[in-house]
Design a protein around this ligand. Structure first.
Ligand SMILES: [Zn+2]
Length: 110
């Protein structure tokens, strides 16, 4: 998709992606928070699996479960946040700025 400035028809356009950045960070945080409950569940599941291998297995299983739960939750939240932010950027915010005349505009087709 080529975007031209509606003011001076320049193709030197910069996208700001504020929504994507903010929502991506928030989503990662929210995902990590959600992942934390996954951590507990993962630790529990890992520990019960690891319990067959004795105390060391219990510890390792719990750790592995906790790490996996946190990573999965955080990255899933981040992805959801970026997708949401992208939608906000595209539909709500004036996401593009012309580098020549500094006009700010959205990419809605006209
Ligand atoms: Zn322009």
């Amino acid at each position: 998709m080529t975007i031209a400035c509606p003011h001076c028809q320049s193709f030197r356009i910069q996208s700001k992606d504020y929504g994507k950045k903010v929502a991506g960070s928030l989503g990662t945080l929210a995902g990590a928070a959600a992942g934390f409950s996954g951590v507990l569940g993962g630790a529990e599941a890992g520990a019960s699996v690891g319990a067959f291998a004795g105390p060391a297995g219990l510890l390792l299983g719990g750790l592995a479960g906790a790490i996996i739960g946190g990573i999965v939750g955080g990255s899933a939240g981040g992805l959801a946040g970026v997708a949401l932010g992208d939608m906000v950027d595209t539909n709500v915010l004036d996401n593009f700025e012309c580098r020549d005349c500094h006009q700010v505009f959205s990419a809605s087709p006209e």
